[in-house]
Design a protein around this ligand. Structure first.
Ligand SMILES: Nc1ncnc2c1ncn2[C@@H]1O[C@H](COP(=O)(O)OP(=O)(O)OP(=O)(O)O)[C@@H](O)[C@H]1O
Ligand SMILES: [Mg+2]
Length: 260
């Protein structure tokens, strides 16, 4: 016979099995009514106009929307590169909306990985050195730095390219180095602003396969893209228009018949 228990708060009775909580996913990104206003007076631009967005642990999410709709502005705030004018931002449970820059820099290094359209690798460093760099700032001992960088580069399929400089690598390979660099500090959130924007179709797919694999292994991924073929490979699409979220959770299969 099932043993019934009574919830001390609600008075409900239930079996132990009913009570087993659904696995609670933690909130990684919590934006609440965020605005971002650039300039003042007649020159004022409201880049974000009341954005609320929640991304939970393990999600694979893309942000789409017309040019100028506020996608990069939102990513810069989510990535702690900029602060909201008003509103709240909780990153992995920490209120970072008005945190001083020095502290924000620490949070960026500890919790976030970034991938940009233009790779942003240091041209005088090898692939291995580029990937080791964030760990220098994070204070990881030298021997461990090398081992972790090799592992990250192996994960993106570049174990045979450790000693090449960026100009000796293809665009797709450079982006893979950038992804390795972004994940090497084991961030809670991987952010990518148009990571395939500078790549051809075949290379785009190689890079997307890596993002998908990282998400499959538990990494929370949030990317901006203009390409429906890229967005369709994520699991959730957020649509921006005029500094607002007009679709919060569009399923990839709904993309072609959604109206904006
Ligand atoms: N530093 C800035 N100073 C003033 N206005 C800005 C600044 N950065 C962005 N804006 C304005 O804010 C609005 C949103 O820009 P944002 O770069 O976020 O758009 P986006 O959706 O990323 O566009 P795209 O798809 O072209 O990259 C635009 O009107 C833009 O001109
Ligand atoms: Mg942009």
């Amino acid at each position: 016979m099932k043993e019934l228990t009574t919830d001390i708060y609600t008075g409900d009775t239930h079996t132990a099995a009913d009570r087993a909580p659904a696995v609670e996913k933690s909130v990684i990104v919590g934006l609440e009514d965020v605005t971002k206003v650039y300039g003042i007076g007649d020159l004022e631009v409201r880049a974000l106009n009341g954005v609320s967005l929640t991304v939970t642990q393990g999600e694979y999410c893309s942000i789409m929307g017309a040019s100028g709709s506020g996608k990069s502005t939102a990513m810069n705030i989510i990535g702690c590169l900029d602060r909201p004018t008003t509103g709240r931002y909780y990153l992995d449970g920490v209120d970072v909306a008005q945190m001083p820059e020095a502290e924000l820099a620490g949070i960026r290094n500890l919790k976030l990985g970034f991938v940009f359209q233009q790779f942003h690798l240091l041209s005088q460093l090898t692939a291995l050195e580029n990937v080791m760099l964030p760990m220098v700032y994070a204070g990881i001992p030298a021997a461990e730095r090398r081992e972790r960088a090799v592992n990250a580069l192996t994960r993106v399929g570049l174990e045979s390219r450790l000693q090449n400089r960026p100009n000796q690598l293809s665009g797709g390979q450079q982006q893979r180095v950038a992804i390795a660099r972004a994940i090497v500090n084991r961030p809670v959130l991987l952010l990518a602003d148009e990571p395939t924007g500078a790549l051809d179709t075949k290379t785009t797919q190689e890079v997307m396969d890596i993002f998908t694999e990282l998400n499959d292994s538990g990494m929370t991924v949030l990317m901006v893209t203009h390409e429906p073929e890229v967005a369709r490979q994520t699991r959730r699409i957020v649509w921006f228009r005029d500094g607002q979220v007009v679709h919060n959770n569009l399923k990839p299969e709904e993309l072609s018949h959604a109206t904006f």
